[in-house]
Design a protein around this ligand. Structure first.
Ligand SMILES: Nc1ncnc2c1ncn2[C@@H]1O[C@H](COP(=O)(O)OP(=O)(O)OP(=O)(O)O)[C@@H](O)[C@H]1O
Length: 257
């Protein structure tokens, strides 16, 4: 499956609820094919920021451009065709099969009630295959484990063929094998990704750059080496940590004490 990677430019994005500013003045340029990890402690504003990209939180100020277009000035269906999102804890209380859920990813590319074309079917089959969902394709989505559901939701996002893929804690329900498998897989696609991640070591292994949020503000942006410093970890996460390297991948490895 090939997906044309797009660009993402956030410029001075803020998001407020009432008087409270949850995201403050975030600017970030993501190049086509880049994978950005969004880090920060609980409540730092990661999900709030990601929602401004997939058109759920309208920024109070600033702009979000995908492929040079302001997503908030495009139609909802334009946004659905260009921005894919995999979120934590999606509702599952509906009688749809795995294949139905994956096929829903094509809906933004079609007119209301239009059936699946040969192209749609080929994309759906390819996504089921890639995420090892063929044996599960007829199962009801609500009967799947958390990890299986997460794979289905990634497959659904991929058939959208999004210019930018937003992942909000995509490895939340996954065991370590499936965490690695999912991130390796997403990385191998060469698509543009912005992902909120809690595991600092996985973020360092898979992301080109990391963006560290604290109280809604950007505290650091750069390579994993630049962002995962003992100072940043102490200040933002309130942990004392020793930094080393993963001997196999050579990526930064954080050892909290
Ligand atoms: N709609 C809302 N109304 C009021 N406060 C909100 C709203 N959405 C989020 N918040 C608050 O904004 C802050 C940031 O929340 P957000 O979910 O963006 O953080 P996060 O970095 O994704 O956290 P976590 O790692 O725990 O998922 C939190 O204090 C949260 O309670």
């Amino acid at each position: 499956m090939s997906i044309e990677p797009g660009s993402l430019h956030l410029s001075n994005v803020s998001f407020a609820v009432g008087e409270r500013l949850l995201v403050r003045d975030i600017s970030l340029d993501v190049a086509p094919g880049e994978m950005i990890g969004l880090l920060g402690p609980n409540g730092a504003g990661k999900s709030s920021l990601l929602r401004t990209i997939y058109r759920t939180n309208r920024p109070s100020s600033g702009t979000v451009l995908v492929n040079g277009r302001n997503v908030w000035q495009q139609s909802a269906s334009w946004a659905a065709r260009h921005v894919g999102a995999v979120l934590q804890d999606m509702p599952a209380d509906f009688p749809l099969t795995v294949r139905d859920v994956v096929a829903m990813g094509r809906s933004a590319h079609k007119k209301l009630l239009e059936g699946d074309s040969a192209h749609d079917r080929a994309l759906i089959e390819a996504a089921l295959e890639l995420l090892q969902l063929v044996p599960l394709h007829g199962r009801l989505f609500r009967t799947l484990s958390g990890g299986e559901r997460q794979r289905v939701l990634v497959a659904r996002a991929l058939v959208q063929q999004p210019a930018v893929l937003v992942l909000d804690e995509p490895t939340n329900h996954l065991d370590i094998h499936h965490q690695l498998q999912l991130l390796r897989f997403v990385q191998s696609l060469g698509i543009t990704v912005i992902a909120a991640l809690h595991d600092l070591n996985l973020a360092a292994m898979f992301c080109d750059r990391l963006c560290l949020l604290h109280h809604g503000e950007m505290e650091a942006l750069g390579t994993p080496e630049e962002v995962l410093t003992t100072d940043n970890l102490a200040r933002v996460f309130r942990v004392e940590a020793t930094l080393t390297r993963n001997p196999r991948t050579n990526s930064v490895w954080v050892m909290p004490a």
